[in-house]
Design a protein around this ligand. Structure first.
Ligand code: SAM
Length: 321
């Protein structure tokens, strides 16, 4: 593509480039031509003190997504993941094994495409009682980050504590249901995104419990970041600490594989009318509903997101009878 240009000595290249950027006359759509001693920089307007050239430049290819920056065999391109999670400055993705030899190239492409991200890691699944995600870095470094959602800031290291940005809509749904004055127990709070969002928007008292020390550490950081004073972070096992808490108006139970095992414990801190937000991963909703109907009115129910070909993560909004 033909464009006006100036010729600069490479010694003055950076200074001149910055000047052109400041003046807004650098032609950012075209590639600069660099030789051994001189460079030709495409411009969109003339500039005093420089001889103006007219020459042919190659245009930058417009890339729609990171795939346009990945250099791997053509037949593997279709295996590249289209979606991935972004937690603050950290990208987490699932990669099919065929792409493992190209993991670094893929990670670099993602960092080049998302200039404000610092680390790309492969998700090797959530493990153990603390539900911590196993992550393998493929580009960049560092996991501690500040994630922003629904107007709050969450300090988190996704390699130390469970965190899923896919629940942001669900967290907002629950927050919208809360009334001022409530006493709330967040039984499995993780880094505390439910608690922080509610505390920031409602005049409530929240007891946020987790047995992972890192979770409570990040929650304390976020309390400061968001200038909140109505959350009490509690490090411990719910089995040991729940009995000391007051009766709650609302209880959040986000431990989707095991939460049902703690329902009796939640009932011990409930009264008639207490609302419980219960999360369960299952392929058999009717059995779950059957097990709940004696003790609760099911006032809401739905899918939060898919989990596996057969199972989904469901929310159940329960009112204690
Ligand atoms: N609600 C969090 C969020 O929105 O990001 C995520 C919670 S994560 C799915 C479940 C959490 O429960 C983990 O952080 C884990 O450490 C905690 N946990 C598991 N068993 C526990 C127990 N018996 N007592 C207290 N916390 C527990």
């Amino acid at each position: 593509m033909i464009s006006k240009a100036i010729k600069v000595d490479l010694k003055n290249f950076n200074k001149t480039l910055n000047l052109l950027k400041q003046k807004g006359i650098l032609n950012t759509k075209l590639k600069i031509i660099k030789g051994e001693e001189f460079a030709f920089i495409p411009i969109i307007d003339t500039i005093n003190d420089y001889e103006i050239y007219e020459m042919d430049f190659e245009a930058y290819k417009k890339v729609k997504d990171y795939k346009g920056l990945v250099n791997i065999p053509k037949d593997l391109m279709k295996l590249l993941p289209t979606s991935y999670d972004r937690i603050g400055e950290v990208i987490i993705l699932k990669l099919p094994e065929e792409l493992y030899p190209y993991a670094e190239t893929i990670g670099n492409a993602l960092l080049n495409f998302h200039k404000n991200m610092k680390t790309v890691a492969i998700d090797l699944g959530v493990k153990g009682e603390l539900r911590v995600r196993q992550l393998k870095v493929i580009s960049g470094n560092g996991f501690f980050t500040i994630h922003k959602e629904n107007g709050i800031r969450i300090a988190v290291n996704p390699a130390d504590v469970y965190f899923s940005p896919r629940l942001s809509g669900e967290r907002k749904r629950v927050m919208d249901k809360v009334y001022n004055g409530e006493i709330i127990i967040d039984m499995f709070c993780g880094a505390g995104p439910f608690s922080i969002l509610i505390a920031k928007n409602k005049n409530v008292d929240i007891y946020a419990i987790d047995k992972n020390p890192s979770a409570i550490e990040y929650l304390k950081m976020s309390i400061k970041l968001n200038k909140i004073n109505n959350i009490r972070p509690i490090l411990g096992n719910v089995m040991d600490v729940m009995e000391e808490l007051p009766f709650a108006d609302r209880i959040i139970m986000d431990l989707p594989f095991y939460s049902i095992n703690f329902i009796d414990l939640a009932l011990r801190r409930s009264k008639r009318g207490t609302i419980i937000h219960l999360y369960i991963i299952t392929d058999d909703v009717s059995s779950i509903l059957k097990s709940l109907e004696n003790r609760f009115f099911v006032i809401g129910q739905g899918v939060v997101h898919g989990y596996s070909p057969k199972e989904d993560m469901y929310f159940f909004d329960l009112e204690v009878k």
